[in-house]
Write a protein that binds this ligand. Structure first.
Ligand code: EAX
Length: 325
């Protein structure tokens, strides 16, 4: 009787552990904190995946840069130490220069045009290209259009930017943009509250939600609605890991990520007006109608720079420019 009981227990233990290992666990990294654009996409993805897989697939979200900065998370994804990430387009720049095309200043007029390009064949081309550097690109969620904030002076035209020490993302293009505008750009990974607070930098540029969620209204007086770059996230998986998955799992994950991205973009856009009102209420001085032409004029030369010299990158830039004309 005792033997039977032991055998039964062993069998159960084996059954449980094999069942446990049948579970697919996904570690997903973001550098932002709960309530941020990246986290909203990540949480929606987690909910969809866990529900549709009957919890056979589990998603663990590592947020607030607990896995490192965006460049470091991407490196971990390449090596399959981390399986997925929702990462701002900026830092992809160093992994695959074709990505910088969609951060080209003023290339997208509005949200609809960004969606049309990124959800269409041109967006697919970028996602496909990322396979060469170890990423399976699944979808584009968004940060939104980036705007300048600073603590020195109101900025109405590009000339007002002269000499401002602006934090930029770790991206050669973003650095070049602010150099062309006459600022003094300083690349730094996220987050940057302390550097702003201590005055190591005068300003930064990010979409409206960032200024709200990260309470930059406490430490930045002036905001200018430059909308100079449409900032996306690329929702990626480790290609190495992706190739080990069953087709049904890939299908489930791909669909869930696209749906999460579409959901998050809408959520972000729906809340912009309310957030802007809050920033004003908090005392920020907001320039709603800057002289955008003066900004455009200063960055026009970027397309002829070294950054876009590689024929593949140049061809792609011209294609996106044509599609958004
Ligand atoms: O999403 O580094 C940046 O400026 C990003 O936009 C930041 O992660 C907020």
């Amino acid at each position: 009787m005792k033997r039977v009981a032991i055998a039964l227990m062993l069998a159960l233990a084996v059954f449980w552990s094999s069942n446990a290992s049948a579970k697919l666990k996904i570690n997903l990294g973001v550098v932002t904190k709960p309530g941020s654009a990246q986290n909203i996409a990540a949480e929606k993805f987690k909910a969809l995946v866990e529900q549709r897989s009957g919890k056979e697939i589990e998603v663990k979200i590592h947020h607030s840069a607990s896995l490192g900065n965006e460049t470091e998370i991407l490196q971990q994804i390449q090596m399959n130490q981390v399986q997925m990430g929702i990462i701002t387009v900026g830092p992809f720049d160093t992994f695959d220069p074709i990505v910088r095309v969609i951060n080209y200043p003023f290339i997208f007029k509005d949200n609809a045009q960004a969606d049309q390009v990124l959800d269409g064949p041109l967006g697919k081309e970028i996602l496909k290209s990322l396979e060469n550097v170890g990423f399976k690109g699944l979808a584009f969620s968004e940060n939104g259009f980036r705007n300048l904030t600073n603590n020195r002076r109101p900025v109405k035209k590009a000339e007002d930017v002269a000499g401002l020490k602006i934090r930029v993302m770790q991206s050669a293009l973003h650095k070049a943009i602010w150099q062309a505008l006459g600022a003094n750009p300083t690349p730094m990974p996220w987050p940057i509250y302390t550097e702003l607070e201590q005055g190591v930098i005068d300003g930064q540029e990010n979409p409206i939600w960032v200024i709200d969620v990260y309470k930059f209204y406490e430490i930045q007086k002036y905001m200018t609605m430059t909308r100079h770059v449409y900032s996306g996230h690329i929702d990626v998986a480790s290609l190495k890991w992706w190739n080990t998955l069953k087709p049904q799992q890939q299908d489930l994950l791909q669909k869930a990520m696209y749906e999460a991205a579409v959901y998050q973009r809408k959520d972000n856009r729906d809340r912009n007006a309310q957030r802007l009102a809050k920033l004003k209420e908090k005392g920020m001085q907001i320039e709603m109608n800057p002289d955008v032409a003066s900004f455009r004029a200063k960055v026009a030369k970027l397309k002829d720079m070294e950054l876009f010299k590689e024929p593949r990158v140049k061809t792609f830039l011209l294609k996106v420019m044509e599609a958004t004309r």
